[in-house]
Design a protein around this ligand. Structure first.
Ligand SMILES: N[C@@H](CCC(=O)N[C@@H](CS)C(=O)NCC(=O)O)C(=O)O
Length: 198
């Protein structure tokens, strides 16, 4: 059995959520971290020309949500019940929506500030309210941590660590279930151990 996850050399975004999922699943894997010059060579050979990519015993899979579902279904970290699984899938797709909609690209800092403040008061507020309504507490399914929780945690981690200028963690003040969720995943023994010493 051999498993390799290829992604860039940083702990965030789609690569981080897949690394966390493999770690939570207890799958030993090669954490293949590549730099930008290596990526220029590799990109044309990768499915969809993007990362992360999982290789598992001759099976190659791209797309973070597909990777998360594959790992989750194989290790009891994605619900078996079709409606519950669909709820988790919808949440994971909504994280991709958030990544795509986050304003900033090509804007001056002043334009970015205005665009992000509008985004926080509008689209993001509605997203946060919907997500909070999905959380049974502290996690999506109650006490069991699933791969969809790891995807949600990964995007929230960027907010809670202040990665996005003009979008402080206080944007989630109106949705306390999100702060409770974040703290619960962050202190989960597997997740905490992953970040220890990094
Ligand atoms: N829908 C894809 C998006 C993948 C994606 O855009 N990955 C970024 C890194 S997070 C990437 O590979 N960027 C480099 C490039 O597109 O050349 C997924 O969810 O995996």
């Amino acid at each position: 059995m051999s498993t390799t996850l290829t992604y860039f050399d940083f702990d965030a975004s789609r690569g981080l959520e897949c690394r966390l999922a493999l770690t939570l699943a207890g799958v030993p894997f090669e954490d293949r971290r590549i730099n930008r010059p290596q990526w220029q060579e590799l990109k044309p050979t990768m499915p969809y020309g993007a990362l992360p990519v999982l290789e598992h015993d001759g099976f190659t899979l791209a797309q973070s949500n597909a990777i998360l579902r594959f790992v989750g279904q194989g290790h009891g970290l994605h619900p078996k019940d079709p409606r519950s699984a669909a709820r988790h899938d919808a949440l994971m797709e909504s994280v991709e929506d958030l990544r795509a909609k986050l304003p900033g690209q090509g804007l001056s800092d002043e334009e970015k500030k205005t665009a992000r403040e509008e985004f926080a008061a509008g689209w993001l507020r509605q997203w946060a309210a919907t997500v909070a309504g999905e959380l049974k507490g502290p996690f999506l399914e109650g006490d069991a941590l699933n791969v969809a929780d790891l995807k949600l945690y990964t995007i929230l981690r960027a907010f809670f660590r202040g990665v996005y200028d003009h979008l402080p963690a206080s944007v989630f003040e109106g949705t306390p279930a999100i702060a409770t969720f974040y703290a619960a995943v962050d202190s989960h023994p597997t997740v905490a151990a992953y970040f220890e010493g990094r």
